[in-house]
Design a protein around this ligand. Structure first.
Ligand SMILES: [Zn+2]
Ligand SMILES: [Zn+2]
Length: 244
C-alpha cells in the first residue's frame, strides 16, 4: 500500500522552512502522490505569513504538474480554551485546517487542560486534522482525545517528523503506541503526514508506515491508503458518519 496524499507540508512562507511551493510539488510528483496539501503555519507562529498569504490562494490552480493541490493551513491553538489564530472568514477560503499545539504559541497545561483545548478546537467545524498529538511537552489524555475525535469526526495525525531523532517533540513513539490502539478500538481514522519543512521530506512517511505495520493498525483507518480518504477529510461535516 502506498500513501496517496500528504496534507502537512510547509514552504518558505512559514518562515522556518526552506523550499518553494513548486519544489514541494515536484517532490510530491516524484513520490507519486496524487495530492499535496499546502499547510503553512498560521500567523501566530513567529515568522509565519500574514493571513493575506492564504487569502490569495485563489491564484493557485487545482492541478499543478499533475498533482492535485489542496489548500490548507496549520492553525495554532493559542489558548487552553481552544482558541485559534484562524477565523471563520479565512477558514472558509481554504479546503482544510490542521490544528496544532506549538510551544511558541501556547503554554502547556495539565493533560486534562491540553486535551480539553484540542477537544474545543475540534468542535470548530473547519478543523479536519489534529496535528502531531504525540508531543510529551503537551501531555494528553489519549482516551479522551480519541473519543473527542470520534465525536467530532476529526482525523488524528501520525506525524513522520515527530519520530526523527532531531525532532523537538519528545516521546512521540511512546505516545502513538498509546494512541493508535485506542484509535483502532474506537474506529477513529488517522492521517499520516510528513510535516516537511524542506522539499525532499514531502511525502516522507516511512516511519509512520513502519509503526502502522508494527502495531498491526487497521489499514482501513489509515486515510492516506484509501482512495476516498482525502474526500472524507475534506467533507467531514457533510459526511457525519465519517467512516462509521
Ligand atoms: Zn513548522
Ligand atoms: Zn506543527
Amino acid at each position: 500500500m502506498k500513501p496517496l496524499f500528504d496534507l502537512h507540508t510547509h514552504t518558505v512562507a512559514s518562515g522556518h522552512a526552506y523550499s518553494t511551493m513548486k519544489e514541494n510539488i515536484e517532490a510530491a510528483r516524484e513520490r507519486g502522490l496524487e495530492a499535496l496539501g499546502l499547510s503553512d503555519h498560521a500567523p501566530a507562529m513567529p515568522g509565519a505569513p500574514h493571513s493575506f498569504y492564504f487569502g490569495n490562494f485563489k491564484v493557485i490552480r487545482e492541478y499543478i504538474l499533475g498533482v492535485r493541490i489542496v489548500q490548507g493551513i496549520e492553525a495554532n491553538i493559542t489558548s487552553l480554551s481552544g482558541a485559534m489564530d484562524v477565523d471563520d472568514a479565512l477558514a472558509s477560503r481554504l479546503d482544510y485546517v490542521i490544528a496544532s499545539l506549538h510551544p511558541p504559541c501556547v503554554p502547556s497545561g495539565t493533560a486534562e487542560e491540553n486535551t480539553a483545548a484540542i477537544a474545543a478546537a475540534m468542535r470548530t467545524p473547519w478543523v479536519r486534522i489534529i496535528g502531531h498529538p504525540d508531543d510529551s511537552r503537551y501531555p494528553l489524555d489519549y482516551e479522551e482525545l480519541v473519543l473527542a475525535a470520534r465525536q467530532e469526526n476529526v482525523a488524528l495525525e501520525l506525524n513522520n517528523s515527530s519520530f526523527s531523532p532531531s525532532s523537538g517533540r519528545v516521546g512521540a513513539r511512546e505516545n502513538v503506541a498509546k494512541m493508535l490502539p485506542l484509535c483502532a478500538a474506537y474506529g477513529v481514522p488517522i492521517v499520516m503526514a510528513s510535516d516537511a519543512h524542506i522539499y525532499y521530506d514531502v511525502g516522507a512517511m516511512e516511519e509512520c508506515e513502519r509503526i502502522v505495520k508494527t502495531l498491526d493498525f487497521p489499514r482501513e483507518l489509515v486515510l492516506n491508503y484509501r482512495p476516498d480518504g482525502l474526500d472524507l477529510i475534506l467533507s467531514r461535516r457533510e459526511s457525519p458518519c465519517f467512516l462509521r
